[in-house]
Design a protein around this ligand. Structure first.
Ligand code: ADP
Ligand code: ZN
Length: 751
């Protein structure tokens, strides 16, 4: 495809972007916990070098801080302080991006200056920023199941267990001086660690393969035509949901859409869950684009601050046609953005879980609307919010209901673990399926789900977990306190003697010795080449990439992994996928647990049978009659969505309601509780249309050495929540010293 128009437009843009229109004052987002934008005067000596998007040094109280120029302002009568310095020679973003960053900050109730800092490449918030190279240690829990003696060791260990693995840098932020306790935990073999080094560009050496053109099938053609039509003519906001089963050829639809937008002289932004986890996708894009002379920037965590800064400036100048990146790339300052693709839009990594808690999927839609771009959200298992929007017509749904080349979706079997207890972690049916696959020279993937592990009581007879009568989420089990507790509404009870569903008495805390699995497989299948893919084995530079290459080259027979192995991989020789423990995820204390399980299991199932031979999936569970698993087995997204949505509607959970999660934390437990009580009373008396749930202890009631309590705001409309948030901003100033309030709008994980 020839793209001559791109070049003419680029020359034009260079002129546009170099024009600055200095006024006498500017609106500055300062890097400080301030809700407001501040006005500063522009001294005459800086008038020529300042622009919207410039990083500047300004006085704030007695300090000097970094700020970003968001807009010009009228000085008015007020005596404004002067901007002291323009730090970089060029602006970092354009006016439309400033507007987008500010709207995002407002939406997520986050200080605008700090939001912009999060949006920009790291290292640009300090006055004398220099890229630094860091080394780190990655800790993870061993198989040892008991608890250590000391309270502090327990606390740190629990934290690491919940996270699965955790770098020292983060532990240092979380716990003051954790070294002694960590050392002890390692000596006692509760923890182990690995030195990790900063990654180099893992894609630098990727060879460019020839992209073989494929002929679109009918469904792909319909999708491409619809998107291309939206890209033709004047720019408009046109959001699509590309719902295509695993292996249905969504990537091809993205590529053709991107080609079209480039023809119109605009640029494309492609968001992927985690770059390091998707080298195959990046390779395909890179190959395809290089063959078409398209300039591509890949923003990934392996870049140094300096490299990232360079890439960012190229993007802002309009020297890049396509940006691929993870979550934070949604802020990339493409000057004429025409298309945003959010691949695997269901992926949890699009939500930032700390600080500026944005969701890149939702911001992609916000940005698309503001910049009049086409947005494609693609997934085999769209989040229910997106699906509901497509039913309501806010997103245009495009369906790819079948795999390409007439390949069937895999057969899915549920293995009832209550029939196979004491057989090792691999039930007999899964073992024999593996034996068959290995004998046939095929590959197997085994999924061990350890995500956000929270203890709960599981009935080993009927597979039910104990749930909150008010919130329909699992009750979190504490052995020490001998209690079951809801961390939304604080309902609690003593653990019952028997299951109220089937009267069985085998109510047992759930959890399994996962790290032993690899060993077990080596014992069972001594001939097989076994590898493990999780954060431990992939923290080293390029390790993940190597595992994928080895899988593709069929140098590995059995790959064990965490959620990572479910992500978009295309290994044609994989015919068997096994899921070791479906229940841990089913029973997370979260109203989205069924959705997550459906999504994860459908995705991992989607790795089977992508080549010439059909695939098979074995899911081990105690809950064989669980509806989510049933729909997975039948590949019935629509059925699952219909049922789950009807349940959400009853309880007014998203997408039929909106949530804001407030977390109060501080060293002094009594103060935190009092503040939470006060806020909840204030919010309850304020409006009538929003529910105030809690205060209740967070799922992690102590974190970073701080006591944590949460209040969940829930409403059918956004408006009452917005009023409550405004009220909250006033209440925030009255918080007792040492108590911090965190606001999470549209929370995803409520830990
Ligand atoms: P998805 O992202 O929907 O899971 P992919 O985009 O990875 O699926 O496509 C799956 C496989 O099908 C890839 O190997 C791709 O090259 C191939 N493919 C895509 N479109 C076609 C087509 N129209 N005909 C044949 N093969 C196709
Ligand atoms: Zn509850």
């Amino acid at each position: 495809m020839a793209l001559p128009a791109v070049f003419c437009l680029r020359i034009f843009r260079l002129f546009v972007t170099s024009i600055t229109a200095p006024a006498r004052a500017a609106e500055i987002a300062v890097v400080a916990p301030l809700d407001k934008i501040l006005n500063y005067a522009i001294p005459a000596r800086l008038a020529d070098e300042i622009g919207i998007g410039s990083r500047v040094r300004v006085p704030l109280g007695r300090r000097q801080v970094v700020g970003y120029v968001m807009n010009w302002a009228e000085p008015g009568d007020a005596k404004l302080k002067d901007i002291l310095e323009v730090i970089d020679p060029h602006p970092l973003f354009h006016q439309k991006h400033a507007a987008f960053y500010l709207r995002a900050a407002r939406y997520y109730v986050y200080p605008p200056g700090q939001a912009v800092r999060t949006a920009l490449p790291a290292g640009l918030s300090a006055l004398d920023s220099k890229p630094t190279v860091l080394s780190d240690k990655l800790y993870r829990a061993t198989d040892r199941d008991e608890q250590p003696q000391g309270a502090r060791q327990r606390e740190i260990l629990d934290y690491v267990r919940t996270k699965n693995e955790c770098p020292l840098s983060q532990l240092r932020e979380t716990f003051s001086a954790p070294h002694a306790a960590l050392q002890r935990l390692v000596e006692l073999k509760f923890l182990q660690f690995e030195e990790i080094e900063r990654c180099r560009d893992p894609f630098a050496e990727i060879e460019v393969v020839e992209h073989c053109p494929v002929e679109l099938n009918a469904a792909q053609q319909v999708a491409v035509t619809a998107v291309q039509a939206a890209l033709d003519g004047p720019s408009t906001f046109a959001p699509f949901l590309l719902h295509g089963v695993t292996g249905s050829g969504k990537t091809e639809v993205y590529l053709r859409s991107i080609a079209k937008v480039l023809e119109t002289g605009r640029q494309a932004l492609v968001l992927v869950p985690e770059i390091a986890l998707t080298p195959q996708l990046v390779t395909r894009f890179r190959s395809w684009f290089q063959n078409h002379g398209v300039r591509l920037a890949v923003l990934h965590s392996g870049l140094s601050d300096g490299e990232r800064y360079d890439a960012w400036r190229q993007v802002a100048r309009g020297d890049v046609d396509v940006v691929i990146g993870a979550r934070s790339a949604v802020f990339a300052p493409l000057p004429e953005l025409g298309l945003i693709v959010v691949d695997e839009e269901h992926d949890g990594s699009y939500k930032q879980s700390e600080g500026f808690r944005y969701n890149a999927r939702d911001l992609a839609l916000m940005r698309g609307q503001m910049e009049e771009a086409v947005v494609i959200l693609g997934s085999a298992t769209p989040v229910l919010t997106s699906y509901q929007r497509s039913l309501g017509g806010q997103l245009t749904r495009l369906e790819l209901p079948e795999r390409t080349a007439e390949r069937p979706l895999p057969e899915v079997h549920l293995v009832d673990l209550s029939q196979h207890e004491g057989e090792s972690q691999l039930s007999e049916p899964l073992q024999s399926a593996m034996a068959e696959a290995l004998a046939a020279g095929e590959q197997a993937l085994l999924l061990l789900n350890r995500r956000g592990y929270a203890p709960f009581l599981l009935c080993h007879d009927c597979g039910a977990a104990l749930r909150c009568p008010n919130c329909d989420i699992t009750l979190t089990y504490s052995q020490v306190q001998s209690s079951l507790r809801c961390h939304y509404c604080d309902f609690h009870m003593r653990p019952p003697e028997s299951c109220d569903r089937c009267s069985g008495v085998r109510l047992l805390p759930e959890g399994m010795g996962t790290e032993r699995l690899e060993e077990e497989i080596r014992e069972l299948f001594p001939e097989a080449r076994v590898a493990r893919m999780d954060r431990d084995t992939t923290s080293r530079k390029g390790a993940h990439h190597r595992l994928i290459e080895q899988m593709s080259a069929r140098e590995i027979d059995v790959l064990i992994g965490t959620q990572m192995i479910a992500k978009g991989h295309d290994f044609p020789a994989v015919t068997l996928v096994g899921v070791l423990n479906a229940d841990t995820a089913l029973n997370l204390p979260d109203f989205r647990s069924a959705e997550r399980v459906f999504s994860l299991l459908s995705q991992v199932a989607g790795r089977a049978g992508r080549g010439d031979r059909p695939g098979r999936v074995m899911i081990q569970t105690y809950a064989v009659d669980n509806y989510a698993l049933d729909f997975v087995a039948r590949h019935d997204y629509q059925g699952f969505a219909a049922l789950e949505l009807s349940q959400r509607q009853v309880l007014a959970y998203p997408p039929f309601g909106y949530l804001v999660n407030l977390v109060l934390s501080g060293n002094d437990e009594a103060r935190v509780n009092r503040a939470a009580e006060q806020i909840s009373v204030n919010l309850t008396s304020g409006t009538s249309d929003a529910e105030v749930l809690g205060p209740a202890p967070c799922l992690l009631p102590r974190l970073r050495n701080k006591h944590r309590v949460q209040i969940l705001l829930k409403a059918k409309e956004r408006e009452p929540l917005r009023r409550q948030i405004e009220q909250l901003q006033r209440l925030r100033t009255q918080l007792p010293a040492g108590v911090v309030l965190t606001v999470d709008v549209d929370p995803v994980d409520m830990f």
